[in-house]
Ligand binder design. Structure first.
Ligand code: ADP
Ligand code: MG
Length: 329
């Protein structure tokens, strides 16, 4: 599959995600007892992965996919993808603007109407809602997810749907924490690209000679959006670091306790309370090593990866460390 990168106005082909695609195909085969909520670092490739698998799964003849981008506000074609031609017919009056959030709320009614009108008896249904909690709001995380869970049984009993898989994604820490308290949802981690997949993406983007692939890995930890950002800035990693510092790190140094930040820069597992704060700011992330669909890398001090916590990008850790040294109070 070719992916358009808006920031660079160019196409690349989809890389890697072998483990994750395998996981999803198994899920579709079995169905899920519970909705699955996928979380992961900002820009690690959740949307790209979910769009990719929506198309892969559509090629399985007995499976109907409905994919919703909950954050898309304007364009119905971007907000909704389905392998079933009837979907647009049943969307009808169910959705009010803004489109993506409306679709997210209505997604199971859409599937249910589809089942009623076209019969989905004996077929598998895969429902994917990307960035759902940012669109519907944190107050509704519980209620929304529980209602999706209840639909799984309903579709089976009422319409004879064979397996239903519901996949949700979220990139912020609070919803992940809310969901983790419940038994009717599985929370799974999607990590940045592994080293070889990342190298493939670097090669496709073709940095000029002199740009060191190893340095890119050490700065981004395999995060494709970070890589694309570096490319957009003409591969000027210094400029990129300065921008990341100003946009994401500087404020943290001035508002949170310096001593505790320093400890987390040395050891990501050293202060859970502060790590949770940094997770809310999108700088760190909790690792669930037994609930992951990706290969999660082993602890690595240089990459800012601990056993239970990691910096979302290695550069955050480096910038916090440098910032603390350069801005002594
Ligand atoms: N497997 C992949 N192959 C090629 N490019 C990718 C892949 N995953 C992500 N990207 C690129 O990285 C960028 C960020 O990915 P995205 O899916 O938007 O991340 P997220 O949804 O986790 O924030 C996208 O612009 C996409 O082009
Ligand atoms: Mg996304």
């Amino acid at each position: 599959m070719r992916i358009y990168i808006e920031e660079l106005d160019r196409y690349v082909s989809f890389v890697d995600r072998v483990a994750e695609v395998g996981w999803l195909l198994r899920v579709v085969e079995r169905g899920t007892a519970f909705p699955v909520a996928i979380y992961g670092p900002e820009g690690c490739g959740k949307t790209t992965f979910l769009r990719y698998v929506s198309r892969r799964v559509s090629d399985l003849g007995d499976t109907v996919v409905v994919y919703v981008d909950a954050l898309e506000q304007f364009d119905l074609e971007k907000a909704l993808f389905s392998s079933h031609r009837g979907v647009l017919e049943v969307v009808g009056d169910l959705v009010s603007v803004p489109i993506g959030a409306g679709l997210a709320h209505a997604v199971m009614s859409i599937v249910s109407r589809l089942a009623k009108r076209f019969s989905l008896r004996g077929r598998n249904v895969v429902v994917i809602v990307d960035d759902v909690y940012r669109a519907i709001g944190l107050d509704d995380v519980d209620r929304y997810t529980k209602s999706l869970y209840e639909w799984i049984g309903f579709l089976h009993e009422r319409y004879g749907v064979s397996n239903t898989a519901i996949i949700l994604s979220t990139s912020e820490g609070v919803s992940k924490r809310i969901l983790s308290r419940h038994t009717y949802v599985d929370v799974e981690l999607l990590w940045n690209l592994p080293r070889d997949g990342f190298a493939e993406l670097v090669e496709q983007l073709g940095p000029p000679p002199g740009v060191d692939a190893e340095e890119l890995w050490m700065l981004t930890g395999g995060n494709p959006r970070a890589l694309i950002e570096v490319a957009r800035l003409g591969w000027n990693t210094r400029l990129w670091m300065d921008r990341v510092y100003e946009a994401r790190v500087r404020r943290v140094l001035h508002t949170l306790e310096r001593g505790r930040l320093g400890m987390l820069a040395e050891d990501p597992d050293s202060d859970w309370e502060m790590a949770e704060k940094l997770e809310e700011l999108g700088l760190m992330i909790e690792l669930r090593r037994s609930s992951t669909i990706s290969r999660v890398p082993e602890p690595s001090p240089e990459l800012g990866i601990g056993r239970d916590w990691a910096w979302q990008l290695p550069i955050y850790r480096q910038l916090v460390k440098q910032g603390l040294e350069n801005t002594r109070p």
